[in-house]
Design a protein around this ligand. Sequence first.
Ligand code: TXA
Ligand code: MG
Length: 315
Amino acid sequence: MNTLLTQDVEKAAEFIRCGGVVAFPTETVFGLGADVFDADAVAKIFEAKRRPGDNPLIAHIADIGQIGELASEIPETAVRFIGSFFPGPLTLVLSRSERVPDIATAGLDTIGVRMPKFDLARRFIEACGVPVVAPSANLSGRPSPTTWQAVLEDLDGRIDCILQGEPTEIGLESTVVDCTGYIPVLLRQGAVSLAELRAVIPETRESEPDDIATVRSPGLRHKHYSPKADVIIGDLIITADRQPGSAYIGLDNKREAEHFSHAKVCGSVEEYAHSLFEFFRECDRLGIHTIYCEEVDPDGIGAALMDRLRRAAQK
Ligand code: TXA
Ligand code: MG
């Protein structure tokens, strides 16, 4: 298969209308999209990414009205989150409508719904004429792509088209909240923080390992976000010598960065989050064997950043 690179929204959307798969940028990471109602097209996403079939997909919409095509009901909690955070980096898990094929939700009776804030993403979904299911556009287990070049690195020849765009603004995947129960449950940390969710619905809680909702969110169990190198959080081993084949990313000053063969010192936690996945990929290209990552305070996007670092550090 030849993968077309284009900046033309219409051309990219035409592939979706014909049952193809297209990578497109959002404000979080690039997604790999297909028509949510076309089971054969959705199957191509799982194949291209080598994604386990038990991991459900998020449906992306261009306007609020499309939620009615995907969800069988919109509870009051969801209405309030939609009012505060749509469009944006927040995915709501809702009861799914019968129109949605099983393959899109891995057989669950719920569906994740998100309306991206990034204008190019919304124009693309609008041109597709249907909600677009899309996981992150990486090979399963690799870091999510934050540039179109990273998508090409993983999926060249495996997908129909890449809608090119600037590197994604946030750089980490959306916050996921289950709204099917009485109390909303945070399933995945993202740019919308728990504190921001609680400012809207104070009862919102974090998921616990034996939560039904957690069990039903298989993506949280699979290994994720991993570079080939070992990832070590905090505890920088500083020696006078440069450590060949090791890298550093964090906020700390150059004194530490100097000791590594590859390093990125970020000016803020936001920049650290924005840069992390691309840095992991760079390290893989350079054959780095160990990446030291500075720990940050778990406030705002810091909580999502620490979550991704811990997952990447898991063996
Ligand atoms: O920012 C994002 O969310 C990006 C962009 C493309 O929108 N997408 C993304 O998709 O990160 P993916 O497939 O890589 O991650 C989706 C996560 C997984 O952890 C999955 O298990 C969970 O959301 N999820 C999806 N549908 C769910 C559902 N019905 N119930 C529970 N969890 C669900
Ligand atoms: Mg993913």
